[in-house]
Structures are given as C-alpha cells and as structure tokens.
Design a protein around this ligand. Structure first.
Ligand code: NAD
Ligand code: ZN
Length: 341
C-alpha cells in the first residue's frame, strides 16, 4: 500500500493505492455514508461496500447530466442527509464526476471521497478535484473544482473490469509516460501485457506512478492555468474524435496522442523515432492510432475541436512533446491542425 497527498486550495486528499475497499472505515470515521454508484459496480461489488445508503445512477456518458444530479439531491433530501454525512462515489469516472459534483454543491459542500473502480478512474478521474456534468452537448462544461478527502484504489475491484476498459485506462497511463515520465513509458513498453493480465505488482505500479504524476501537476496548478493543461495531451483532437466517430475515450485519445506526436515531429520538436515508439506502444496495447480521413471528416473534426474549446478562436493550445517524458504547451493555428489532418 502506498500513499500520495494532493494539497490544493480546495482541500487535501489522501490517495491510498493498493488498499482494500473493505478497509474503508479505517480511513473514514464517519458512520453516516451516502454511496453513489452504478448498476454494474453495485452488481459486482456491493458485498464489499462500506455500510451506507446507496443511490444508483445511470450508466454511460448520457447520465452525466444535471437531471441525474437533481435525482441525487432529491434522494438525499428524503434521506435527510445533512453536513454530518460523508458521500462516497464508488465507480468509474462517470460516477466520480457526478458524485463529486453532487457532494460539492449539496448544502454548499458535503465531505466526500472516492473508491474508483476502473483503471481510468484510478489513474485519472478520481484525482485532482475536477467534478461535473455535460450540458447542451458540451462535455464537462458545468462543474466545480473541489478535492475529495480520500481516494482508495483497490486492485481487486479491477478484476471484474472488461478488457476494453483496461485498455481505455492504459491509454491515460501512456499519456503520463509521454508527457512526464520516460521510465513509466518504458515500463509500459516492456510490461503492458502484465497490466492487461492483471499482474498485481504491475497494476499497482502503474496506478501509483500515474497518480504521483497527476498529483504533482495538480499541486502546482489546481485551477488549470498552466502546467495542468499538459494532461490534455492528445485530448484536443481526442475529444473531437470521440464525438464525431464514437470511439471510446481511450481509443480516441490514442489517435489524438499519435497525431500530436506527429505534429511535434513536424514542428521539429520531437525526433521521429520517438513518435514511432509512441505509435508502436499504442498498437501493441491494441489501441488505434490512425483515422480513415477524408475531407468531410477532417472538416467535422475541426468543427468539433472549435466546439470543444468553447470558442471560435483561430489558435488553440496544444500539448506537444520535446521527447518521451517531456512536454510543452504550444499555441498553434487551427489551420496547422487542419493541414496535418
Ligand atoms: N474529473 C476528471 O479529472 C476526469 C478525468 C478523466 C476522465 N473523466 C471522466 O471519466 C469518465 C469516463 O470514466 P470511465 O472510463 O471510468 O468510464 P465509466 O465510468 O463509464 O466506466 C466504464 C464502464 O465500466 C463499468 N464498471 C466500472 N467499474 C467496474 C468494475 N470494477 N467492474 C466491471 N465494470 C465496471 C461501468 O459501469 C461502465 O459501464 C468520462 O465521463 C470522463 O469525462 C474525468
Ligand atoms: Zn482522458
């Protein structure tokens, strides 16, 4: 078991990696718990949940809405949840985002924590205090930044996760390696199969190393004005792809990161062989790296990039690589992205 601390202006969070969900009570003395989860996670793992009132939310991105938040508020009113309660989100990134937002806003803020149950949520979504929902087709546009107090990543929970979801999470781990840790990247080159096969040491290692990188970045830039933008490596194009051709998040950002690496080579920042290594790693994990592009798809993607940025500016911030393990925020004209596509 290993611990990492996130220290933000909006709170301090203890990340506990390699601990069992069954020991939750050791870290949270609060007896009154409200648990937000989804049907899948509840079905597989309810018997390990701490004791508490369970509120089940819908599956899929389409449940990340203000309506879901309202339902949670209503149920909490019925349960007479007050400031003495503690809210815990047990699930993937969707549950964490919704639970965190409900906790941050109900009574102007309940104490809360997470038990992330997907690899993606353990390495990414549960860390850093960004909570929120989608609105009018804009992803994560309504939300708050507030750190959970506690986040327990339990290896055992991943044993029921479909392979596709493991791959999804691994895409984010490759991201951490590419932007800031050559050693993590090289670990994946050698041992990604061990992670996919749920080798405990390999999984705990990638969760710990990823969480450490994210925590460090959040500690420097909780409000996303600089350094934290690096976590968007591959995501500008990735989000556009996710929307336009309905790939999973992990698949979309793998393509996004491969293109971003290629743009880095074009801008003479990154050696070509390093971009090739990145593409090769995604391929060996079983993640896609290219799109079948035609003019109309490129147009749609550029439109989606503009929409994702929530404005019609002609320049975007892109995260580019200087080498594997080192990244930089660069403003590039949307025309340049268009050209590469
Ligand atoms: N707040 C942040 O900083 C942040 C960062 C990254 C991603 N996100 C958000 O996270 C969301 C994606 O999260 P995700 O990839 O975890 O998807 P998800 O929450 O939809 O989970 C994927 C699927 O796996 C199921 N599942 C979860 N745990 C399981 C388990 N242990 N066993 C079996 N099935 C299980 C879920 O029910 C779901 O069907 C997106 O909405 C994204 O915007 C947020
Ligand atoms: Zn992501």
């Amino acid at each position: 078991m290993q611990k990492i601390k996130v220290s933000g202006k909006t709170g301090e969070c203890n990340l506990i990696i390699g601990e069992s969900i069954k020991n939750f009570e050791k870290y949270c003395e609060n007896k009154k718990l409200v648990i937000i989860t989804d049907r899948n996670v509840r079905g597989f793992h309810e018997k390990s949940f701490p004791k508490g009132e369970i509120i089940e939310m819908g599956l899929r991105e389409s449940s990340k809405t203000l309506e879901t938040i309202q339902k949670i508020y209503n149920r909490m009113l019925e349960l007479e949840v007050d400031k003495s309660w503690f809210l815990v989100g047990i699930g993937g990134g969707i549950v964490c985002d919704v639970a965190g937002f409900a906790a941050s806003t109900y009574l102007r803020g309940l104490r809360f924590g997470f038990i992330p149950t997907t690899l993606l949520a353990q390495v990414d979504a549960s860390i850093g205090g960004k909570n929120g929902v989608n609105f009018q087709g804009y992803k994560n546009i309504i939300g708050s930044i507030r750190q959970p107090e506690l986040c327990i990543s339990d290896f055992e929970l991943l044993k029921t996760l479909p392979e596709k979801e493991m791959r999804n999470g691994l895409a984010e781990v490759v991201k951490y390696g590419a932007i800031s840790s050559r050693s993590l990247f090289e670990f994946l080159e050698d041992d990604h199969e061990k992670v996919m096969n749920l080798d405990r040491n390999a999984v705990d290692n990638v969760v710990y190393e990823s969480a450490k990188i994210k925590a460090e970045i959040v500690n420097k830039d909780e409000f996303d004005n600089g350094e934290r933008m690096k976590l968007n490596f591959g995501h500008t194009l990735g989000h556009a792809i996710e929307k336009t051709i309905h790939l999973t998040h992990g698949e979309a950002i793998s393509i996004g990161m491969t293109y971003a690496a290629k743009i880095s080579v074009e801008m003479k920042m990154l050696k070509e062989e390093e971009a090739v290594r990145i593409e090769k790693l995604f391929k060996s994990i079983g993640l896609p790296t290219t799109l079948n592009l035609n003019d109309s798809l490129s147009e749609k993607l550029i439109e989606a990039v503009r929409k994702d940025k929530k404005r019609r500016s002609e320049e975007i911030n892109m995260i580019l690589l200087e080498s594997i393990g080192s990244s930089k925020i660069v403003k590039i004209p949307i025309e340049e992205l268009k050209r590469v596509l």
